[in-house]
Design a binder for this molecule. Structure first.
Ligand code: NAG
Ligand code: NAG
Ligand code: NAG
Ligand code: NAG
Length: 593
């Protein structure tokens, strides 16, 4: 009797222990996680979390400024119970709890539900944003997207800033370490996700802002073939040159850091020797001082981005687009073999505007400051007056030409068009200009209530980052970083919008089509060159034709006008000019020539 009783207790204990600590056996060893509940629209779901799993050796000591090396097997069971630290950064927004140079980890969120197919759960791998210099995977809990979408969600860290992107044009520091980290994490997912119930043939990568640029870069790197089949790019395009490849000479950035750390900088040896030994604090101090100095020149020098290293990135994206017109490029072939969702928010450009609630823009400011600044984002000098005039005219509300409120709105539109909308269309057309591509595009216009980026009261459409809370199902671990009111209730229409978006995203991961297998009220039409159809997310979704067609046409005309005027001024034919490259469009994307 007593024995039986003990056995029952044992059995109960075993069962409950097992339920508390989900465990998997992977190629790299045993990993235990945590089982947690989460709620969405009043329904409770269960999700297994495996947090902080290292996918590469710590990139420290003589592995600093090197491609990541596979982590290799765990000696003992790995307890994946808390997020790993974010990569080294100067966290001026105060959103990151913990940073370390030893940061190459990933997190896996597994829904405790049957998968849609016998091959296992489809997988969504997230790459965070933050200008390749800040942010971390722990900011984006994948529980709700995993639960409601019934997909596995993976979030990854990758190296940032100097430690992620130092390019000294020298084999000791060739740049793009952050991109190689992302690639390594995808190899880890490919090799191990089956142990978590994942289907390695149904992996989709998604990312926002710099993370969106990153997923686009990964989808033009042909050696990623087989690691994922779908891409969701949210508000960031590799055809926006100033956010992809730094306009500065990278050596100059490295030199700047070394100088500020107090090293000799006469040779590459000096600079490398200095930076390979600097402490993480030495590096973040340089960033901090530059940010606080407010000196634009210093700000430019501390910002490091992906560079053309000849291996991960062979061409400037602008060249790649141009060459794709009459050459077969492996990069573009690979891109077109993938399924793509590409989108922006209606007011993405606000992130480039110092906007206050009472902001107004005078005609004088528009003509002498804002438009010239926009023009210099698009073109290298010289910029003929005709180009500035055309831009001024394009961004004038001719029923109210001098109204300071209208001018303010037009300035925001100019920023959105230049930095987001035109690059979005360029990339989607690059992908869709092949009959077999599965391409989808969206604009997120919904004016949600709470924003991560400070937003003025007059804003009428989604700001940069506003689609993230809906994509992640308003998980409290995400929203608590910027919604500081404990009793706050998310408006029901936003929660509904979130369900629709999570359904489209997870459908796309499962089937390659955002409309299957879970039907939505509104069908999301494919984007193609004929109709250029896109989804407009709002309180009620709709689909529209000719995404950004007017803006792209205007850019083409602007480019042609500039070329013609310069031809007249220099007296030589633009089309025969030897130094064509020098006067070539900067952010020309696919519209150069
Ligand atoms: C920060 O990360 C380190 C290394 O993983 C860990 O030991 C420490 O407990 C973490 N601190 C916090 C506050 O999470
Ligand atoms: C570099 O950092 C170390 C500690 O992290 C500090 O002792 C040293 O003074 C720093 N060097 C400079 C030049 O700031
Ligand atoms: C593609 O076009 C460019 C300019 O029009 C030309 O210079 C280049 O040789 C062409 N390439 C091929 C492979 O035809
Ligand atoms: C699409 O492809 C055609 C034929 O290859 C080419 O002429 C055209 O310029 C391309 N359009 C874009 C936007 O790349």
């Amino acid at each position: 009797m007593e024995n039986i009783f003990i056995c029952v207790v044992c059995a109960l204990a075993l069962c409950c222990l097992a339920e508390e600590l989900p465990a998997v056996k992977t190629k790299v060893g045993k990993i235990t996680g945590l089982r947690e509940n989460t709620n969405f629209q009043g329904k409770q779901y269960t999700v297994d979390r495996y947090l902080g799993i290292p996918y590469a050796k710590p990139p420290v000591g003589n592995l600093r400024f090197k491609k990541p090396e596979p982590h290799g097997p765990f000696v003992e069971t790995f307890h994946a119970e808390k997020f790993g630290p974010a990569c080294v950064q100067f966290d001026w927004m105060g959103l990151i709890q913990n940073t370390s140079e030893d940061c190459l980890s990933l997190n896996i969120f597994v829904p405790v539900q049957d998968s849609d197919q016998s091959t296992g759960h489809a997988v969504l791998v997230f790459m965070h944003g933050g200008a390749f210099s800040v942010g971390g995977a722990a900011m984006y809990p994948g529980d709700n997207l995993a639960a409601v979408g019934n997909v596995i969600v993976v979030t990854i860290n990758y190296r940032l800033g100097l430690l992620g992107f130092l390019d000294l044009d020298d084999p000791r520091a060739p740049g793009n370490f952050g991109l190689w980290d992302q690639h390594q994490s995808l190899i880890w997912v490919n090799e191990n996700i089956v142990s978590f119930g994942g289907d390695k043939n149904r992996v989709t990568i998604f990312g926002q802002s710099a993370g969106s640029v990153a997923v686009q870069l990964q989808s033009t790197y042909p050696k990623n073939k087989g690691l994922f089949r779908g891409v969701i790019a949210q508000s960031g395009s590799l055809t926006t040159s100033q956010t992809v490849v730094s306009p500065l000479n990278f050596k100059e950035s490295g030199k700047f850091y070394a100088e500020k750390i107090g090293c000799k900088t006469d040779t590459v040896d000096h600079v490398f020797g200095c930076l390979v030994q600097a402490t993480p604090e030495n590096i973040t101090d340089v960033v901090k001082n530059a940010v606080f100095s407010g000196n634009m020149d210093e700000m430019m020098k501390i910002a490091l981005f992906p560079s053309i290293d000849g291996e991960f990135l062979k061409y400037h994206p602008t060249d790649m687009c141009k060459r794709a017109r009459n050459e077969t490029l492996a990069e573009i072939e690979f891109l077109r073999s993938l399924k793509l969702i590409n989108g922006i928010t209606g007011n993405d450009g606000l992130v480039f505007v110092q906007a206050s609630d009472d902001m107004q823009v005078t005609r004088q400011e528009m003509n002498s400051q804002h438009i010239p600044a926009i023009a210099s984002l698009i073109f290298n000098p010289p910029i003929p007056e005709a180009v500035t005039e055309l831009l001024i005219s394009e961004y004038t509300d001719w029923e109210n030409p001098d109204d300071p409120i209208r001018l303010r709105d037009q300035y925001v539109n100019a920023q959105t068009d230049t930095n987001y909308k035109i690059p979005l269309v360029e990339f989607s057309q690059l992908h869709a200009n092949a009959s077999s591509s599965d391409s989808y595009t969206y604009i997120f216009d919904a004016l949600i209530d709470k924003h991560i980026v400070p937003s003025p009261s007059w804003m009428e459409k989604g700001n940069h980052g506003d689609e993230l809370a809906p994509v992640f199902g308003y998980h409290k671990g995400y929203t608590s970083t910027y919604i500081k009111e404990p009793d706050y209730t998310i408006p029901e229409w936003e929660v509904e919008l979130s369900r629709r978006i999570m359904t489209h995203w997870s459908n796309f991961a499962k089937s390659g089509d955002p409309n299957e297998p879970v039907k939505s009220v509104r069908q999301w039409p494919k984007y193609n060159m004929d109709t250029q159809e896109y989804m407009l997310f709002d309180k009620e979704d709709s689909s529209k034709l000719y995404l950004g067609a007017r803006e792209l046409k205007f850019r083409e005309i602007l480019t042609t006008v500039r070329e013609e005027v310069l031809h007249v001024k220099t007296g030589k034919s633009y089309f025969k000019s030897q130094d064509k490259d020098e006067t070539c469009v900067k952010d020309g994307g696919c519209d150069g020539e």
